[in-house]
Write a protein that binds this ligand. Sequence first.
Ligand SMILES: Nc1ncnc2c1ncn2[C@@H]1O[C@H](COP(=O)(O)OP(=O)(O)O)[C@@H](O)[C@H]1O
Ligand SMILES: [Mg+2]
Length: 566
Amino acid sequence: MSHQGRGNDGHIALLLLSAVGMTISLPAMVLALVLIPLARSRRLAMFVLAVGGLGVTLLLWSRITGQMEAALAAVRRAGGFWEDPGRALEAAWPHVRAWWTMALGLAPTVACGAELLRPRSVEELRERDERRAERLRNRRERRARRAAGIGRPERRPAGFELGRHVEGDRLLPTSRGRVAMPLARLEKTVLVIGAPGSGKTETVLRLAHGVATSSDWPVFVIDAKGDRNTQQRFGRLMQQARRRPCLFPDRPYDGWRGSPREIAGRLVQLIDWADEGGGAYYRDLSVNLVRAACAAPQGPPRSSCELLARLDKTALLDLWAGHDRAQAIAGFKPEHVDACRQRYAAFFDATEGQLDGDWALEDTDAGYLLLNELLYGEETSKLGRFLVEEFKQYLAARNRQGRQVLLIIDEFSAIADGERVARMIEVVRSHGAAVVLAPQAYEGMGGEQASARILNAAHTVLLHAMPDPEPIVKAAGTRLVVEQSLQHQAGVSTDLGSSRQQHQLKADPNDVRRLREGMCYVLGSGRAQKVQVASVSNWPAAHDAGPRDRPGTDPSDLRPEDPIRL
Ligand SMILES: Nc1ncnc2c1ncn2[C@@H]1O[C@H](COP(=O)(O)OP(=O)(O)O)[C@@H](O)[C@H]1O
Ligand SMILES: [Mg+2]
């Protein structure tokens, strides 16, 4: 880097400026020293002050020079400076004091000048070059977009406040330290990942509350490991946002909506026999049985009791009497039919009629489905798969107005395998659902392949503290930093140094390991921003008004969001 010449020029100019400044006004120089840090952090405000101060000084300039001449005359009257410096200074002091005071307005100008001419460190010069390059790139991109007839990105994206900016790139719209989550970003998949206790659930509650207050999207949470406390908090937050939350299992769910094919599609999710060998044979047999029970000419079963009653060879033969399918049913061995019914009986026994309720996703604008392992034991993952399938079907066939929907799956690794979730994300996105997934660890997303697929599908990652963040932080990319080294001889510094540019991960893995609860890195589009998520429990009452009164962060504060991808 060849910035040395400019550095020396800066030193000389700074010395000259100081000498002139001290003559014109010593107090202004002292004040300027205090103002220099502000000239760095509050550039615009200080620039305005500098212009104002300079203007005032220019207005007073004739009086200032008048006082200077009066001081010289007073010194001459006192017999000259060198004859008796004490008397001369005493005679001149009232005039000096008057012009120093009148020239105080120069202080902000001197502070700005000092900041402008200050020799820059190698790192600062690199950052400045980077900013210039980015401005140039943005200008070229804007020109190309305009030439291609693509409109400007929306200047006021709808969104809500997520938390406070700590450091790093301004990936999310940030204004006066407040970081907003634009709804447009949530429309693409978001991953909230971190170790237990790192703040994932608080963050997803924040997202749920933000969406509920700033949009009319229905908000659904499937929680595989949560507790009733979290569920109750969700209920209260939704009520504050003027929603009517339905909380499962307190309020049983109607798992029997939709066409016979859809009901059968959900019920086969409950079968987890092996896909190969003899297991595959029994699996196919069960699928056939369930389909026969659902597609019967009398219509599909509309309760678990009805299904279990149909999973019986005689009952199926009765249902299909006079149809070709009866022949195939006659070929089933009674013990196989019985085995299949036992599995479904075990599942519906564990769920205790909670799937024979009176509400479904299309009936409400907020729902929380708690599938605690304590409640359902080993049937938890089956119930999770059933509900994930239900959500897919609701979007595809029962979300009549085609409304945008938010689905949050907290601790999803406890209920669904990665492949299934990766497939679900791809399907539901095409139906306009925003999905937020909150797993505990990268591997917890269902193996290397599924994890990579989910990470690729995620537009934004909210990375909380976790022990092994490397595979995720790599996605945010690197930045160039200047590494400096100091030479030494026999352990004594020679005062000579060198510097070189190095690539460094934008989100430092060691820093991720140390993050406090609620603090996270927001990663996306090769950028990383450290954010303190604002807990919903600290949400001031003033913010609790409904969506029409207070749409989260004032979007006019926000910078336009670039269309960015991880
Ligand atoms: N944004 C936040 N602000 C303040 N405290 C938080 C925040 N996020 C988490 N916490 C604290 O950390 C605890 C654990 O957070 P939680 O969201 O339950 O973690 P996880 O879901 O990752 O296990 C919470 O009970 C709360 O005390
Ligand atoms: Mg949690």
